[in-house]
Ligand binder design. Sequence first.
Ligand code: ZN
Length: 151
Amino acid sequence: MSELDELYQEVILDHNKSPRNFREIVDANRRSEGYNPLCGDHVTVFVNLADGMIRDISFKGSGCAISKASASMMTTELKGKSEAEAERVFDTVHKMLTGEMAVEESDLERLGKLKILSGVCKFPARVKCASLAWHTMNAALKGSDKVASTE
Ligand code: ZN
């Protein structure tokens, strides 16, 4: 196993065991639900947005280790970021996970710890597990109250 693979497994296991920001924000002004029918992952993302800044972000739900770890990492990275920054990170993560477009080196650098999620590309069936929370967060920021689906 390469170093990145080992790190990937370690981080996913850690976030799955003790997910960060795994709670409901009762007074959230944005919330969205997401569902990945392929795996059965469900997630609800709560956001408190004020003056274009993500003051607080959390999630609840049930799903596989990858979906949970990805949601957990997302909340820790996006908390305190502006809406515009969050969308940029979303775009980069999306490109990285789907491999549809090359990701600029400078964008990759901005991802920090999220780069670990690129390890999921080796398991194409799990890409939707990893991207679920991100699509759901994006829908929440856009104020959509529809259930986001990976399909
Ligand atoms: Zn899953």
